[in-house]
Design a protein. Sequence first.
Length: 348
Amino acid sequence: MVFYLALYVVIVIVFLSGCKGRAFFALTLLAVVSALRFDVGYDFLSYYTAIAEYAGDAETYRRFGYLHGLIIKASHYTGYFQFYFVVTSLFFYLIFYMVLKRDGRDIVVSVAVFLSIPFFFLMSFNFIRQFSAIIMVYLGFSFIYQRKLLLFFLVVFLASLVHYTALVVLPLYGIYKRRFGIGFYITVLISSLFLFPVAKLAIDVLLPRYSHYLATASAGGAIFQIFLMALSLLLLMFKQYRGDTIKVFYFNVFVIGVVFYNMFQPIGFAGTRISYYFLFSLVFLASMLFENVRKQQFRFVVLVCSFILMAISLILHSKVGTRSPSIPYQTYFNKTVDDIRPYDWVKQ
């Protein structure tokens, strides 16, 4: 826990130092932390054993998709099992940096939000393929802005080769430049709390390979749901749904994320994963909010609140009796597959 809080402080100091290239350096540091991790994230065991005990092309491509399957295969045959985590980390943070340079109006604020929201930075250690697909989709937003439908669809198709669920973002092309009133947003947000049966039917029809996630409810996510609803209503109260075209687009994407989260929250984390494609917009939307407030004052408030939120998240994770999704942090040096905690590991 202390490691992550110290990392947050270091990243903030880098940004506030005023040195040239500070954004690139900060993102590089995060990429290195991600690349060197070992047994961090609930699914780490699944990826690592798939590399160490390579099951053949057909099974690997079926489980991990063709693109990530190739990296897993290369990791196995080179004997450098960490290769998969190095490549996917560099891929994510390179594209993240590119999107931040394009849409992050205050990169310090964007990175602070990314680090503090538990379903962004910490969860990227866990859902590796999905976050690769997510960042590819956000890079493809350029083609939404430019109204290049086929190119946007091509990017989403490539993202779907990494994680099939990326296809859910295709309708975003149609909401660009769409503006709605506060009554519409409130109606949609409240209605979404009661739409799980509709959502379940949609998954069964459109994404049947993921229907098994809906069969068994899992605990967790209620606190974050309250946070998302409170934040949404707060932004609506202060009329943050207004602004330039890009800001309104990101606000609408965020609201869609909250709607998806509300719909699937009854079955816990397994169902709400699909909302991450849209909720990730908060990283960039945050840098566009309250533009009438002095930049330094708003940044200070965000940095303090983000640090507190990150601390609370880490404390809650530290109390998990089984494999925590994110902590403790450790590197891969002098580690083997035998050092990974089993899925049924319980804290003594």
